[in-house]
Design a protein around this ligand. Structure first.
Ligand code: FEO
Length: 389
């Protein structure tokens, strides 16, 4: 349980949650970390706390640097419980600490926790806090990704403590992008972005432009999850690309099936897309994780979604996935709804409705009765090719 000194006098004192496999329905197949940072200065300052179950681990790390009862400030960049549920335990030890957060964070904290007796200082974007030789500047991050969110910048250290932004859900012993590998870090960041930040693309573009105007010198970004970016330009560039929905030559096919008919269509669509040279990804909704699927959708140019009709309705796993997808608001795709039916092709119509709500450019939906004929499989192939063009 060693702390890691990330800059002179600044320590990672978070926790590694190797076992967690679910983050509000986001499958975290490699676990995750809750990052917390301790700044040793005239005023000892802790930036962000950890999830309740990991407080002991974080405290063990803090104790190797300072006596936690001597913490003067606890900066709460964001109140979602993966960060704030450990705060009450921390406040029982750091009794004299002043909590620093936005007004919305204060309001939320006092709903989540009993904040009676807590000294809470409210700050807003642009406010500064001198803690000795260092000055903390707070950056407004409203709705990135909660109303209370902010980030903390240390100008003397050129360090941005960005909270959820630029994070990744991956548990690792490595603390830096270079140690886990930049490509690997970017992969986990993409998974995180697709499942948490994708609906906020417009705000992200705006915020990136705003922060650029501030001309902050940043040589390290330390988020509240995953590894720390010693190469901040890499992740900023990736965010710019994801926020624009820049696409690869890739077609993603997502389906579920009762008696293999919708599956046969999915495979024919995949063959067709492949015949045009596109990269093809095929996902079965009861075998693959939704988190992985939406990550591939993020930068796909086209998608196809297939479902059989059951009980005069859409197949439940497909309905659940469509709800998830709708919330994440992917943009700029060509799309196809397809599936088989026995009496009434309700499922395909339901999928088509969602694709239109997402403002995708849709192809004529493909519905087949019972089992696809050779002609219908040929039609599916042609539609796959069309998606890839
Ligand atoms: Fe890491 Fe929005 O919580």
């Amino acid at each position: 349980m060693k702390p890691v000194e990330i800059k002179d006098g600044i320590f990672w004192v978070g926790a590694i949650d190797w076992d967690e496999r679910d983050f509000h329905n986001f499958t975290t197949r490699r676990g995750l970390t809750y990052n917390s940072y301790l700044i040793v200065d005239e005023n000892v300052t802790l930036v962000d706390t950890v999830k309740h179950k990991s407080v002991r681990e974080s405290l063990d790390r803090i104790k190797k640097v300072v006596d936690p009862s001597q913490i003067d400030y606890i900066i709460v960049n964001h109140i979602e419980p993966d960060h704030s549920s450990g705060l009450p335990d921390m406040m029982r030890i750091a009794k004299e600490a002043t909590i620093v957060c936005t007004q919305r964070a204060k309001d939320g904290l006092c709903k989540y926790c009993d904040c009676d007796g807590w000294d809470i200082r409210v700050v807003k974007g642009g406010d500064e806090l001198k803690i000795g030789k260092r000055t903390l500047t707070f950056i407004d991050m409203t709705m990135l990704h909660w109303p209370d969110s902010m980030a903390t910048y240390l100008k003397e250290d050129k360090l941005l403590l960005s909270n959820d932004a630029f994070g990744q859900h991956v548990a690792s012993e490595e603390r830096f992008d270079e140690d886990i590998g930049i490509e690997e870090a970017l992969y986990w960041a993409k998974l995180y972005y697709a499942n948490i930040l994708m609906p906020l693309a417009g705000l992200i573009k705006k915020k990136l432009a705003e922060v650029q105007k501030l001309n902050l010198e940043i040589d390290m970004i330390a988020p509240s999850h995953g590894v720390i970016w010693k190469n901040p330009a890499k992740i900023i560039e990736a965010y710019s690309k994801w926020a624009e929905f820049e696409s690869e030559n890739k077609v993603v096919i997502v389906f579920d099936s009762m008696w293999h008919s919708t599956e046969k269509l999915a495979m024919a669509i995949a063959d067709g897309a492949g015949s045009e040279g596109a990269e093809v990804r095929v996902f079965h909704l009861r075998k693959d994780s939704w988190a992985d699927i939406v990550t591939e959708i993020l930068d796909a140019k086209s998608i196809a979604i297939g479902s059989p009709t059951i009980h005069n309705s859409i197949f439940p796993p497909v309905a659940g996935f469509l709800t998830y997808l709708k919330g994440l608001k992917p943009q700029k795709k060509r799309a196809l709804a397809f599936g088989s039916y026995g009496w009434n092709g309700v499922a395909v119509k339901e999928i088509q409705k969602v694709l239109e709500e997402l403002k995708f450019e849709t192809l004529e939906p493909l519905m087949v009765k019972f089992k696809p004929s050779e002609e219908e499989l040929q039609k599916a192939f042609e539609l796959g090719a069309e998606l890839a063009k």
